[in-house]
Design a protein around this ligand. Structure first.
Ligand SMILES: Cc1ncc(COP(=O)(O)O)c(C=O)c1O
Length: 446
């Protein structure tokens, strides 16, 4: 009614409106208040309520001045955006490393959310390091003798990586990354203006001799590694290499950032305990995020380490964003300590195993020219080597047109890739969709 009346028209009285539309006084009041908020009505005290003057649709804004003000985009990469973008709703999603809703503990989250939101502390200030009981949980996860005192809670693993890279290094400093590695680690290192030093790995993880050389040559003080089911290659760092990597890091007076992102995702026999459990001298900074085992929206992670580096990171984290929402920390704690949590983990492992096996079998049956250098015993990705003549980006683009979202492997290399790869995630698609995905890929490659 309001929009069909000319601007400046007086509205009927409250009582008329109630009678004409058979509404309660409260409903009439709520509707009028809502229209006023949207700028469609104005109230003139003592006179009545009138329809507002129509606003001219704004002309296209002139934001061209920002081109000069922003300058060129240094350090920020669009690759990560591709990973967090959910993609078209009707495509088969093989890009996300997050669990889909079928694998999330939605019941546990709902109950924990309702209980946590009712606690008065949920909305208060917390010590910036985080909720003590949650810190104790992460300390225990690091597998050694650290306690809750050694832990800082961060709003997710990405924020933790960013804090470590920015607060322990200065722009221009070298940082060693295994190659290939997590796109997001490359992104934060670039955004921090660091000099990325790639160290290659194979099916058993990073090569310790090359690492030792790189430490000696560059003087890097920070090494980033994922010893368990690395993203994207799926490698588990072999026990003898763990010793050699730690020895090289210690000899060169460096820190090792251990990103244990797949802590809960052994799909077969248990993988080795965290490297943090092998270090008493504060070389390892242990990172454990909850966004993978719980849900992508669970933006909570723990960083655990020893020595003055903890104080440096604590101050850095406070300067970044003070502290993580207490209500979310409380929800995380309740989920992790709920009786159903371990059972839930068991069931997601079983379902992920089925997905991985379906994907591996479909690749074996339909992609004879592609190679899987490794079938990981855990995690959520396969790392597929394409025939040499293909570009990974072209394949991903062609697949996208046919309704399949894929991650080109080149994004995961800090420098030029040695061969074309695709990263295929099975955390967000069920076996029939994975088989369909492989058929689409086979169609693209044929
Ligand atoms: C290896 C690795 N580390 C860290 C992260 C970031 O985790 P979070 O979602 O907790 O920020 C990701 C996300 O995909 C990842 O793959």
């Amino acid at each position: 009614m309001v929009q069909s009346m000319p601007p400046g028209s007086r509205l009927p009285s409250y009582r008329d409106l109630q009678e004409r539309y058979r509404l309660s006084p409260a409903t009439v009041q709520r509707i009028l208040a809502d229209l006023s908020r949207r700028g469609l009505l104005v109230t003139r005290p003592g006179s009545g309520t009138y329809t507002a003057q129509r606003r001219q649709a704004p002309a296209a804004a002139d934001v061209s001045w920002q081109t000069l003000a922003l300058g060129s985009r240094t350090g920020l990469s669009v690759d990560l955006e591709r990973l967090v973008d959910p993609g078209p709703a009707d495509s088969v999603p093989l890009t996300s490393g997050f669990l889909d809703e079928r694998l999330q503990p939605l019941g546990l989250l709902a109950a924990a959310g309702a209980r946590s939101a009712r606690r008065p502390q949920a909305w208060s200030r917390l010590p910036p390091q985080g909720l003590p009981e949650l810190r104790a949980f992460f300390a225990a996860e690091s597998g050694g003798s650290m306690t809750g005192q050694n832990v800082l809670i961060t709003p997710g693993g990405q924020a933790a990586l960013s804090a470590v890279f920015r607060h322990l290094c200065a722009p221009g400093d070298p940082v060693i990354l295994e190659s290939p590695t997590y796109v997001g680690a490359i992104a934060v290192a670039r955004a921090a203006g660091l000099n990325l030093v790639p160290v290659p790995g194979d099916e058993q993880g990073m090569l310790p001799d090359v690492l030792a050389d790189a430490l000696a040559r560059t003087g890097a003080r920070l090494v980033y590694v994922q010893p368990r089911y690395s993203n994207p290659a799926g490698a588990v760092l072999a026990p003898d290499r763990r010793v050699a990597v730690l020895e090289a890091v210690a000899r060169h007076g460096a820190f090792l950032l251990e990103d244990d992102w797949m802590r809960d995702f052994d799909l077969g026999p248990p993988s080795p305990p965290p490297m943090a459990s092998m270090d008493d001298d504060g070389h390892v900074i242990y990172l454990r995020s909850l966004s993978k085992p719980v849900a992508p929206g669970m933006r909570v992670a723990g960083l655990a380490t020893r020595g003055p580096v903890l104080a440096r990171l604590r101050l850095g984290r406070i300067s970044d964003d003070l502290f993580v929402a207490p209500v979310l920390q409380q929800v995380a704690l309740e989920v992790l300590t709920a009786p159903g949590w371990i059972r839930h983990l068991g069931s997601i492992r079983r379902l992920l195993r089925e997905r991985r096996d379906a994907l591996v079998a479909a690749i074996g049956a339909s992609l004879p020219e592609c190679e899987l250098p490794l079938v990981p015993a855990g995690g959520v990705h396969l790392w597929l080597r394409l025939p040499e003549r293909w570009s990974d980006v072209d394949v991903a683009d062609l697949a996208a047109v046919r309704g399949l979202s894929l991650s080109p492997g080149s994004m995961s290399f800090p420098s030029e890739p040695p061969a074309p790869y695709l990263r295929l995630s099975y955390s967000a698609a069920e076996p029939p969709a994975l088989v369909r995905a492989v058929q689409i890929l086979a169609g693209v490659l044929s």
